[in-house]
Ligand binder design. Structure first.
Ligand SMILES: Nc1nc2c(ncn2[C@@H]2O[C@H](COP(=O)(O)OP(=O)(O)OP(=O)(O)O)[C@@H](O)[C@H]2O)c(=O)[nH]1
Ligand SMILES: [Mg+2]
Length: 307
């Protein structure tokens, strides 16, 4: 008898910094989404594809759900919420360090209204003592019961860092997905372009190397990306857009030292992604208030119509 294969869409939600992008990268076994220790790292919806004998899972990583204060913030919330009703399954991520806090409860309320099945994933279990995890799980179970009236909330503790619980989570996901033919070729990993992944890699380095205020006001836009015909080399020119002259100064650093650091770290990752040498040139530009200007956001790739 022929095996029936599963196929479906799974969205990953939760408050900022809970580990959504890291978990997605671990599940697919490749780094596509950028991650950092700062909240609000992910700004748009990122789609990745995982295919194996059991079937195909299309993951949607989303920006962390939070209270928006700018148009960019609003956009990020829409990016997270608009996927909820269209998917087959929601992975709701929560930290293992404590039971549900206000921000988690807000997300849980929102999820319980969508009617889409939910698996609660307790993240970063490597960072807490084992004995702490069970009480956290039972607190989530109780809250789900209050919200949905159902006893059997599905909850699983995992660590994206050590891989603990990841195989079990995949099994749970496949159990919940409908039978069906794959949506993408089996060797597709993402529908993001190399250009947009390269932009995100540069933004990741800025997030990791600089203090909060600067990266959160920063966007990256690749002006040109050309592969040489005579050798394996790609020339990339990119703009780093920031909000203030003072931020520009910080991004460039003393004698250009910070920009050099950002460029070197980004180049290494982009070379790995493209599989060839990269010649990366970065330019820093100031565009005041771009985060509140719809046209400027659009030109930087944050288009509300795409959601
Ligand atoms: N110890 C530990 N840290 C983790 C784990 N997963 C993620 N992290 C860390 O948690 C931080 C946030 O991870 P991200 O994956 O960027 O979180 P996110 O939920 O995508 O964040 P936003 O995109 O900002 O909403 C990073 O510093 C990760 O290295 C884990 O399993 N264990
Ligand atoms: Mg993220």
């Amino acid at each position: 008898m022929e095996n029936t294969r599963k196929a479906g869409f799974v969205t990953i939600v939760g408050k900022p910094n809970v580990g959504k992008s890291t978990l997605m990268n671990t599940l697919i076994g490749q780094k596509i989404a950028i991650t950092s220790y700062k909240p609000q790292t992910t700004r748009t919806r990122i789609r990745t594809v995982y295919t194996e004998e059991r079937g195909q899972i299309v993951f949607l990583d989303t920006p962390g759900i939070h209270k928006p204060s700018t148009r960019l913030g609003e956009y990020m919330d829409r990016a997270a919420e608009s996927t909820l009703k269209e998917v087959d399954l929601i992975l709701f991520l929560a930290e293992s360090g404590s039971g549900p806090r206000e921000a988690d409860l807000e997300v849980m309320k929102l999820l319980s209204r969508t009617g889409t099945p939910v698996i609660t994933v307790i993240t970063k279990t490597d960072a807490v003592k084992k004995a702490q995890i069970l009480p956290v799980i039972s607190e989530y179970a109780q809250k789900w019961k209050l919200l949905t009236g159902e006893e059997d909330a599905e909850i699983i503790p995992v660590s994206a860092r050590t891989g603990s619980g990841i195989e079990e989570l995949k099994t749970m996901i496949f159990e919940k997905l409908p039978e069906g033919e794959p949506f993408y070729d089996e060797d597709t990993v993402t529908d993001e372009t190399e250009r947009s992944i390269a932009e995100e890699i540069i933004r990741e380095k800025i997030l990791r190397l600089l203090q909060d205020e600067v990266p959160h006001g920063t966007a990256v836009s690749i002006l040109s990306m050309k592969f040489r015909e005579d050798r394996p080399l790609c020339d990339i020119n990119a703009d780093i857009i920031c909000e203030r002259e003072s931020h520009k100064g910080i991004l460039i650093g003393k004698g250009g030292a910070m920009l050099k650091k950002i460029g070197m770290a980004a180049r290494t990752d982009i070379e790995e992604m493209l599989g060839c040498k990269v010649n990366l040139k970065l330019f820093v530009k100031v565009r005041k208030d771009w985060k509140d200007n719809e046209n400027m956001m659009k030109s930087l790739g944050y288009n509300v119509k795409d959601l």
